[in-house]
Design a protein around this ligand. Sequence first.
Ligand code: SF4
Length: 113
Amino acid sequence: MKELTCIVCPRGCRLTIDDDLKVTGNSCPRGAEYAVNEMTNPKRMITSFMRVKNRENCVVSVKTSTSIPKRMIFQVMEEINKVGVNAPTNIGDIAIKNVLGTGADIVITKNVK
Ligand code: SF4
């Protein structure tokens, strides 16, 4: 049995999930889905910075377009650090499409002229 706090909405229900993946404490079905996913395939959004290759000492903020498996966070961070982008960049540009086959894109969140 494990206790979790649901982070799907601001209400923050206290959840309990047992070894058979039975969830209690959730006020809606999304909480149960969150708890089961946390136990079987936890996922996280990533926010980070990416090097701007054609500007000196310049980075641009990026994020994943959707959550990725928690176990792949370090590999995705390595990919973000390895690739870099060229300016100009615009918010919403895709720096890496389907990063490492996760289904998530790395999206730029800052304009750089
Ligand atoms: S269980 Fe439902 S109501 Fe409760 S925090 Fe999660 S999403 Fe919000």
